[in-house]
Each structure stands twice: as C-alpha cells, then as structure tokens.
Design a binder for this molecule. Sequence first.
Ligand code: NAD
Length: 304
Amino acid sequence: MTALTPPATIAFIGLGMMGRPMASRLAGAGFTLRVFDLSQKAVSDFVGTHPTALATASAKAAAQGADALITMLPDGKAVRQAVLEGRDGAAEGLSAGALVMDMSSSNPVDTQKLARDLAAKGLALLDAPVSGGVKRAVDGSLSIMVGGAAADLERARPVFAAMGRTITLCGPAGAGHALKALNNYLSAAGVVVMCEALIVGEAFGLDPGTMIDVFNTSTGKSNATEVKGRQFVVSKSFAAGFTAALMAKDLRTAGELASHLDLDMPNLQQAAAYWTAADGTLGKGADHTEIFRYAERLAEKEGS
Ligand code: NAD
C-alpha cells in the first residue's frame, strides 16, 4: 500500500477549534484538501485563508475522489452521521481502498462498530484522536493516539506527521479512542484539583500566582498547573479553546468504557457526573477551565 504523501487528496470534515488548524497544517504540507463543515462560515473562513482548498457542500461531496478522509467532529455520533448516514454520507463518495481517519475524541465501543461497518464497504478505519489543544494543533506538535492496523498507520504516517510530533499505535480499532478518553480523565482531574486547591488557598490568604509557582516546582505539578494555571485560570481569561461540554463528553466516554467492561470505578463515575453537572451550569460554549467558576460556586454553597 502506498503511503499518503503530498499532494494526495484529503477530505477534511470538521473545521472547528481543532480541525481548522489541523487542516491548515495539511494544506501547508502540500496536501490537496476538500473541506466540509455544517457551518458554512467555518468553510468559507477556511477557504478564504487557504485558496488551494476546495469548499464542498456535503460530506459525500468532500469525499469524492479523495484518497483519504479525516473527521474532526464533536463526538462519535457526529462522525457516524457524517460518514455513514443518509445519501450524503462520506462513505458513499469514497472509492474502495480509501482510508478513513477519525481524529475526533469518539466512543471506542462505537468506533469498533464503525470499523466493522466501513470494512464491509472496503474502507479501512484508523481512530487517531489527538491531545495537546489548539496551541499544539497550530504548531503541529500534537500527540496522536492510533487504533487500527499497523499497515494502515504506515500509509497514514505522512498525514499524521504534518499535524503531530508523537504518533503512537495503541492497538486495534478503538484503542486510540479508549486511551484518549482515559487521558482526558487524568487531564480533567488535574484541572479540578488545581482549582479546588487555588480556592482553598486563596480563602486562607495565599497568593494564587505564588501557589502555581510552588506547585510547578513541587510534587503537585501537572499539565493543569504548568499549562493552564497562570495562563487561563489565575488570569481568569478562561480561553484554553476546549469546551467544558467536550470535556464532560470525554469523561462520560471513559465512564461508559468502565461500565462496558463491568468495572466499578467510583472516582471516574463521580468525575463524569461532576463535569456533566458543571457543563449544565456553566452554559453553552464555556471553556473547560471555567470549571474554576463551578468549583467556586460549589464552595460558596457549602460555606453558606
Ligand atoms: P468544535 O466544536 O470547535 O468543532 C467541531 C466542528 O464540527 C464544528 O465546526 C461543527 O460545525 C462541525 N460539525 C459538527 N457536526 C458535524 C457534521 N455532522 N458534519 C460536519 N461538520 C460537523 O470542536 P473542537 O474543539 O474542534 O473538537 C473536535 C474534536 O476534537 C472533539 O471530539 C474534541 O473532544 C476533540 N479535541 C478537542 C481539543 C481542543 O482543545 N479543543 C483537544 C483535543 C481533542
């Protein structure tokens, strides 16, 4: 199987916070892009700044003539809808032998089913979710967790290399999505405990900036304290570029995975419920670092 090297044609579906910079990296590397998003504005903004990319009117139209398809959508349900459902599904437009890469953070059990359904149409699937956020999507240094066949990964490697620095084959179909959900459990836990520590410390009279500096030179250090503490939480800019809704979805995915495997994981299920409640309280579009505000609200309620 030939590797997908530029100027191979890639259909890219989902030009949101992450999809846009990721597709931009592919255009910069010389890949030919056919793009689609339900938001017409997202499509016109992208082709406005990347004149070599072709705007298309449906997932199926994007897929026509493409060597590979990338989805970067909110969740596995949106991916299934874009790829398989209806007459406008991308799979209808792809030729047998084309490679599908779902880079969204989807549910791994659904991904296993999607892989079987696509295989029946002669299409291979790699799940390839990413970690690193918008900043690392922009500079092409994402961590990419791959599930699927090793030969398909070798075919896709030049595509992934344009977007990420670390590319790890985690196992068969669904393995990347499982690892991503579990990674975000660790990530979300780090953000919540940092916020609670900041609230308690500040109430005692500690300076939040000093707290972050000390955590970062002590055993409390985490991605949350290093990357999000001063920049998004202490500054109260709350602009990490990843919503609380998507983080809550990832925690529910991790919780559902544990339940699917018949594993009792009280902390995980509690974290999933905590983030789901926070998402409902914080309002549409809230950044995940606004979990600080939710923790503050709970603290006030407890104290009153
Ligand atoms: P986003 O909401 O900013 O973008 C999603 C895009 O998909 C939107 O432009 C939306 O219009 C489009 N869309 C939704 N359904 C569609 C459909 N059926 N067909 C075509 N387009 C459709 O989300 P995001 O922050 O870019 O995240 C995308 C995925 O990446 C999610 O699974 C998320 O969990 C994951 N992720 C996000 C980050 C981050 O920092 N934002 C980091 C790692 C992983």
